[in-house]
Ligand binder design. Structure first.
Ligand code: PEP
Length: 263
């Protein structure tokens, strides 16, 4: 269902009217985690001012340590809905368990399945039936074939509104959190009709890498970029070192626009 075999044209997925697909580079930005209404609204305004058309933000956080901030849960979803009301930005947010899909889908415009859950088949089947577009991140240890099969689980339940997100894979290199597999963009576009975007924030884990990796993504043909922003990264409850501040995001957006025009 997701292969290009029976779809010669690449697909466009619409998230509350916002297109992700060929001939456009969609900018998605927002906080890694929803912490407070003020923080989320400030991040959303930064995103919107820079030209982002979708708001990201996690209310359910899949953290490596059980002692780390786990997200606000449904309270975080209510904040996202309030910020959408204020700004008009549709919301992309992660769902970490099949039992939460209905709740998250009742607030979100797009459901995110994170790297750690790429092969959580019960979750994939549940989001396939949720009636919302899905952002499917690549498992950090997954091959492209495994990633596309995960998408197939969603599609098989009747939902073809799937956007794939390359977010880095685990390699022997410790300088970055994960290694962005930039070649995945053209490889996947050749194999699948689904749009492919890149997350340079979670792959590198470092603010200084977000701009160069975003540029690389656009030049490689990505259909969008999803980045973390925070009004005060130094006090962020989650992934502050990779969060962009206002000026960084403006520069990134300018760069994306220039490169898109050039291509
Ligand atoms: C996220 O986007 O908030 C996230 C946790 O990403 P990943 O699943 O790619 O680590």
């Amino acid at each position: 269902l997701v292969s290009r075999e029976h779809h010669s044209e690449r697909s466009t997925v619409r998230v509350a009217g916002v297109p992700i697909g060929p001939r456009t580079v969609t900018l998605i930005a927002g906080p890694c985690a929803v912490e407070t209404l003020d923080q989320t609204l400030a991040a959303a305004r930064m995103a919107q001012a820079a030209g982002a058309t979708l708001l990201r933000g996690g209310a359910y956080k899949p953290r490596t340590s059980p002692y780390a901030f786990q997200g606000l849960g449904e309270r975080g979803l209510r904040i996202l809905a309030e910020v959408r009301e204020e700004t008009g930005l549709p919301v992309v947010t992660e769902v970490v368990g099949a039992h939460d899909v209905e709740t998250v889908a009742s607030y979100a415009d797009m459901l995110q399945v994170g790297t750690r859950n790429m092969q959580n088949f019960a979750l994939l089947q549940a989001v396939g039936e949720a009636g919302r577009p899905v952002l499917l991140k690549r498992g950090m240890n997954a091959t492209i074939e495994e990633w596309l099969m995960a998408a197939e689980y969603i599609a098989q339940r009747g939902n073809l509104d799937i956007v794939l997100c390359e977010r880095g894979i685990r390699t022997f290199e410790p300088s970055t959190r994960n290694t962005l597999d930039i070649s995945a963009v053209p490889v996947v576009q050749r194999l699948s009709h689904l749009p492919v975007i890149v997350d340079p924030s979670h792959s590198g884990g470092r603010r200084d890498l977000v701009l160069p990796l975003s540029r690389a993504a656009v030049v490689a043909g990505a259909d969008g970029v999803i980045v973390d922003v925070h009004p005060h990264p130094e006090i962020a409850l989650c992934d502050g070192p990779q969060a962009l501040v206002h000026e960084d995001l403006e520069e990134l957006a300018r760069s994306v626009t220039e490169l898109t025009a050039f291509m």
